[in-house]
Each structure stands twice: as C-alpha cells, then as structure tokens.
Design a protein around this ligand. Structure first.
Ligand code: IPE
Ligand code: IPE
Ligand code: MG
Length: 245
C-alpha cells in the first residue's frame, strides 16, 4: 500500500539508542557500536529524502551523557568531528542543511569549529533540514528560553503578561521549525530521556525494539506507515477532525 504524500511526517525526531548494547552483544567495545550508529544515520537521512520527510532531528548526545565514563565521552566527541569532516561534502552535494542544537559551551574548540563550518556551508540548502542535538537537554532548552524572556522583561522590551506560548516556543532551539510529527526511539526503552520536552507535546510516538545500528529503511518505513494511519486529534473529537478535513 502506498502512502499518500500528505500523511508523510514533515518532521521526524529520533532518539538513536542502543549502540552500546549492539556492540556488547558482538563482544565489541561500545565505541564500535557508536561507529555502526553513524551508518544507520546515513541510511535514515537518505531514506528521509526519498520518503519526502522535510526535517529530521537526531538526538546524538544528551546533557546527561556527560556523566558517562570520560573515555566514552571522548570517543563520541572524536566520532562527531570525524563524521562531520567525512560527510560534509555529501551534505552540500545533496542540498541538505545541517544545524546543531544544544549547549555548546562544554564542547571542544575543534568540534565547535567543525559544527559552525558545517552550518555555514549548508545554510542555503533546502531539500532536507537535519538538526543534530549534541549536549542537548529539553529542560536546558526551556530554561534558556525562559532566561531570554526574563532578560527582555528586565530590559523593558516586554511585559510579563506579553509572554505567551508563541513567545516561549519561538525562543527554543527549534523555534523557527515546525513541531515534530513523529518521534522514534530505538533500543526498546519507552522514555523521552530529556529530549524535546516542549516540542513533543502532540507528536505521535513510535518505539522500536531494534538497536540503533540495526534500524534500517524497512524499520523506518514501518514507523512512517504507522504514522500515516493515525488520526491526530489535538484534543478534538474524531468527528470534528473528519469534518474539518
Ligand atoms: C545511544 O546509544 C548513543 C548515545 C547515547 C550517545 P547508547 O550508547 O545509549 O547505547 P546503549 O543504550 O547503552 O545500548
Ligand atoms: C538518550 O539515550 C540520549 C541519546 C540517544 C543521545 P540514553 O541511552 O542516554 O538514555 P537513557 O539514559 O537510557 O535514558
Ligand atoms: Mg542508551
């Protein structure tokens, strides 16, 4: 059964979980799982373009992942730099825009430079938007937005009463992008782990038992096709929704 284009999710947000377990099951170091995870990212990016998804937000490293052993954190940071340098040419050639969300203050100078360069080189691209969440936490995001608004009030630029949902949403990391339609988490756990807390309010959730390196086009299609069969009601009754369409 083919999916009507109108019901393909416009924005997909993914928690890429299970790299460590994937490696451990093969008797390999966790780092091998993270490397295999990069391949799965490439497959999902390619398939997003094919299916007509316009935006993909990938959770690569959470604000809580800093608490992992420093060796693993180091491997991940090194992997981000290498993957960026290796893939940037392909992103440019395929008209893909890459941006990062998260608290960059704890990242190395070298990684920050690579991130900035990738953002600048892909800034004019329009085929697919990729947001990679690095050192990101949903609470950090809301807190930063609240601070920005508090500072505007302090400077006399706005009143507390003028702060509404749109004002706060607009100051979040993804403030200029549509809300995620579909959320996918691999690795078998059913939790948000401090990902996009505000933005996921009405996102359709899909959990896969596959470990991230095993998540392929077929698994992605399954999630997209299930999304396409759902009725999103946003608090309305079913007949209201059908009447409106
Ligand atoms: C996800 O895989 C990648 C990151 C969190 C950086 P994990 O490293 O969490 O893998 P598991 O959950 O331990 O298998
Ligand atoms: C969530 O995975 C974060 C990323 C995939 C980057 P975790 O493995 O850190 O999540 P928890 O600790 O199991 O909730
Ligand atoms: Mg995990």
């Amino acid at each position: 059964m083919s999916t009507p284009a109108a019901t393909v999710p416009r924005h997909v947000a993914i928690i890429m979980d299970g790299n460590g377990r994937w490696a451990q099951r093969r008797g390999l170091p966790r780092a091998a799982g993270h490397r295999a995870g990069v391949k799965a990212v490439k497959a999902v990016v390619r398939h997003s373009v094919q299916r007509g998804v316009r935006t993909v937000t990938l959770f690569a490293f959470s604000s809580e992942n800093w608490r992992r052993p420093s060796e693993e954190v180091g491997v991940l940071m090194q992997l981000f730099i290498e993957a960026l340098q290796r893939e940037i040419g392909d992103l440019v050639a395929n008209d893909i825009r890459l941006r990062f969300i998260g608290d960059r203050s704890g990242l190395s100078e070298r990684l920050r430079e690579s991130m900035l360069e990738a953002e600048q080189r892909t800034a004019g691209n329009t085929r697919l938007d990729i947001n990679v969440a690095v050192s990101y936490g949903g609470r950090w995001d809301i807190l930063s937005a609240a601070r920005a608004l508090a500072s505007e009030v302090q400077q006399g630029l706005r009143t507390p009463e003028s702060i509404d949902e749109a004002a706060l949403a607009g100051r979040l990391s993804l403030g200029d992008q549509p809300e995620p339609d579909l959320f996918i988490r691999t690795g078998g756990d059913h939790r948000i782990s401090n990902f996009l807390l505000w933005n996921l309010a009405y996102t359709e959730l899909w959990f896969s038992d596959l470990l991230w390196p095993d998540f392929d086009e077929k698994a992605y299609d399954e999630a997209i096709d299930d999304y396409s069969s759902r009725e999103r009601r946003f608090g309305l009754t079913s007949s209201q929704v059908r009447g409106a369409s």
